[in-house]
Ligand binder design. Structure first.
Ligand code: GBH
Length: 453
C-alpha cells in the first residue's frame, strides 16, 4: 500500500459530516444486564451456536459499560458525527409495549454524553436485533411486526426524541431479508423464496409505518433510512448468470429503493412480493425522507446456482480487483457508480455514506495490525470517488466509516476486524490503530478549512 495521503488533501464543501458507525448488538455486550430481553441474534449465538468461529456477542466490546470512554474516543480524534443503533430488546424486552426503564436510561446517557462532546447523533432504530418474543410470533414473516416497529418508533421518539436530530429507521433491509430469511446465514435463520420476500415486504411496510410514526411524534429530528446498495455484476457473461444478477439487483437495490421512492416493486421480483401486498401498502411504503444512507463495501458478483432460492448465489469475482482480508474486492469506483445511478433514478433529497470499511482477518500471534495502512488506503480511495460523484452533482452530505471498534461480525463471530480502534479480547482495552489518527486528522483538517470558507 502507498503511504497514507495527507489528511488535508481532501476538500469537501461546507455542511459535510465525517463520522463513524456502529450497531448495538455488535458492540454492547451485557446481554443479560439491567432487564434486557432476548433477541433473534442471542438465539442464533446460543440455541445452538451458529457463528462460524463459535464466538458469541455476550460480551462483545462491553460498550454498555464502557460507553463514556468510547464516546471520548470519537470526539478526541475530531469526529463530530456518530451513527449507532438502539437495541429493541433492551428497551422493550418482550417486544410488547412494556418499557424497560434501565434500557432507556442507557440511551439517555449515551445521547447526553454525545451532545456534551459536541457529537451529532444519527440514531438507527432497527439494526437486525428483533426481540425473540416477536420472532416467536413469526417475526418479519408476520405482517403484525411492521406495526410493532411503528409502535417502537413512536415510544422511542416520545422518550428520546428531544435529543435526536437524525433518525434512521432501518439498516440494510435487503440484507436482513435475503441473508436472514432467504439463505438462513443470519438470524432468524429462515430459508426459501417465500420467507425472503414475505420478510422483505413486511420490512418495507414497517419502514413506511415507522417513518409516519416519527413524523407524527413531534420530534424535530430529520427522518431517513439506510440501504445496502452495490452494483450487482454477473460472475460470467452467460445468460444464466446475467439473469441471476439482474434478479438479485431487483431484490437487493430495487427491492428497497423502488417501494420507498415509487411505491412499487421491480418486475423481476413482484411475483414474489405480490402475495403479501394489500391495498394501501404502496402508499404506506412510499414515504418522503430527508436523507438516505448508503452502505457500500464492494460490488456484488452473482451467479446462477440451482441449490439456492431463485437459482442465484454469490459467485466469484472474475475481475482483476485486489481483495482484502475480509474477502471482498476493493472497488471504490463501484461506490461512484451506484451513487450516480441512485441519484439519476430516485433523486433523493440528500444522501450520505452510512457505512464503508475494511476488515483484517483473525489475528495471528502478532495480534490485530495497528499500523493499518491498507485500511487508510481503502478509506482514502473511497473518499476520492465520493468526491468525484459530488463534483458530478450527486448530493452527498456525509461519510461514516465502519466502524469505531473491532466488534461482533454477525455469523462470522469475531473473525473480522473492521475497527479504527482494536479491542484487546482479554482486557477489553481500546487500542487506537493508525487509521483512527489518520481519519480523525481528515475530519479536523476539514473542520479547519470549512471554517475558512
Ligand atoms: C454491513 O453489512 C452491516 O450493516 C454491518 O452490521 C456489518 O458489520 C458490516 O456490513 C461489515 O460486515 O460476495 O459473498 O462476500 C454488509 C453486508 C457485505 C453483504 C458484503 C454482502 C458480500 C457477500 N454485505 N457481502 S460475498
Amino acid at each position: 500500500d502507498p503511504p497514507p495521503p495527507d489528511p488535508a488533501s481532501f476538500h469537501f464543501p461546507p455542511g459535510f459530516a465525517f463520522g463513524v458507525s456502529s450497531s448495538a448488538y455488535q458492540i454492547e455486550g451485557a446481554v443479560h444486564a439491567d432487564g434486557r430481553g432476548t433477541s433473534i441474534w442471542d438465539e442464533f449465538c446460543h440455541n445452538p451456536c451458529r457463528t462460524t468461529d463459535g464466538k458469541t456477542a455476550d460480551i462483545a466490546d462491553d460498550h454498555y459499560h464502557r460507553m463514556p470512554e468510547d464516546v471520548e474516543l470519537i470526539g478526541d480524534t475530531g469526529l463530530r458525527h456518530y451513527r449507532f443503533s438502539i437495541g429493541w430488546p433492551r428497551l422493550f424486552p418482550d417486544g410488547g409495549s412494556k418499557p424497560n426503564p434501565k434500557g432507556f436510561a442507557f440511551y439517555d446517557r449515551l445521547l447526553d454524553k454525545l451532545l456534551s462532546k459536541g457529537i451529532t447523533p444519527w440514531m438507527t432504530l432497527y439494526h437486525w436485533d428483533l426481540p425473540q418474543a416477536l420472532q416467536d410470533k413469526g417475526g418479519w414473516t408476520n405482517r403484525d411486526t411492521a406495526y410493532r416497529l411503528a409502535d417502537f418508533a413512536a415510544a422511542t421518539a416520545h422518550a428520546l426524541g428531544d435529543r435526536v436530530p437524525n433518525w434512521l429507521v432501518m439498516n440494510e433491509t435487503a440484507v436482513h431479508a435475503y441473508i436472514g430469511h432467504g439463505l438462513g446465514y443470519h438470524a432468524p435463520a429462515l430459508t426459501g423464496v417465500n420467507n425472503w420476500f414475505c420478510a422483505l415486504h413486511h420490512l418495507n411496510l414497517g419502514q413506511g409505518l415507522a417513518i409516519q410514526a416519527l413524523r407524527a411524534s413531534g420530534s424535530k429530528g430529520r427522518v431517513g433510512t439506510v440501504a445496502a446498495c452495490e452494483p450487482v455484476i454477473p460472475s460470467s457473461p452467460s445468460p444464466q448468470d446475467v439473469l441471476a444478477a439482474q434478479t438479485l439487483d431487483a431484490a437487493w437495490n430495487g427491492g428497497v429503493l423502488e417501494p420507498l421512492f415509487e411505491g412499487t416493486y421491480p418486475e423481476l421480483i413482484s411475483p414474489y412480493t405480490a402475495p403479501y401486498e394489500r391495498s394501501g401498502d404502496a402508499a404506506t411504503m412510499a414515504q418522503p425522507i430527508d436523507m438516505l444512507g448508503i452502505n457500500y463495501y464492494s460490488r456484488l458478483y452473482i451467479e446462477h446456482n440451482q441449490a439456492r432460492p431463485l437459482n442465484l448465489f454469490f459467485g466469484p469475482n472474475k475481475h482483476p480487483s485486489p481483495y482484502y482480508a475480509g474477502g471482498w474486492p476493493i472497488e471504490p469506483d463501484g461506490m461512484y457508480e451506484i451513487l450516480k445511478s441512485i441519484q439519476n433514478r430516485y433523486k433523493p433529497r440528500e444522501m450520505f455514506i452510512s457505512e464503508n470499511g475494511y476488515a483484517t482477518g483473525t489475528p495471528d500471534a502478532g495480534g490485530v495490525p495497528l499500523d493499518d495502512v491498507s485500511r487508510i488506503s481503502y478509506i482514502a480511495q473511497h473518499l476520492r470517488f465520493l468526491r468525484k460523484a459530488m463534483e458530478e452533482g450527486v448530493n452527498m452530505k456525509g461519510y461514516f466509516a465502519w466502524s469505531l471498534l473491532d466488534g461482533f461480525e454477525w455469523n462470522d463471530g469475531m473473525k473480522w476486524h473492521f475497527g479504527l480502534v482494536a479491542v484487546d479480547p482479554a482486557t477489553l482495552k481500546r487500542i487506537p490503530k493508525r487509521s483512527y489518527h489518520w481519519y480523525g486528522a481528515v475530519a479536523r483538517a476539514y473542520e479547519a478549512s470549512a471554517i475558512q470558507v
